[in-house]
Design a protein around this ligand. Structure first.
Ligand SMILES: [Zn+2]
Length: 71
């Protein structure tokens, strides 16, 4: 049986969140045309942009936490 690692679960969680957010019509940009230009994949969908959005937010949050610890 394949081992279930914490990072694999986290990755799956991000994928699921991106799918749910895309289904809700969410996008990283206020204008979907901006998104389409940024990720010119075919067929175009927002799961990728939302995934990057979530990962970017997570990274920023961790960086802020580290900064708070240093002070
Ligand atoms: Zn998008």
């Amino acid at each position: 049986m394949e081992q279930i690692t914490k990072s694999a679960i986290n990755e799956r969680a991000v994928n699921i969140a991106a799918r749910i957010m895309q289904a809700a019509g969410l996008c990283r940009f206020d204008n979907p045309m901006k998104c389409r230009k940024t990720w010119p994949t075919s067929p175009w969908e927002c799961t990728e942009c939302i995934k990057r959005w979530l990962l970017g937010k997570a990274k920023k949050e961790l960086e802020l936490k580290q900064e708070a610890k240093r002070q």
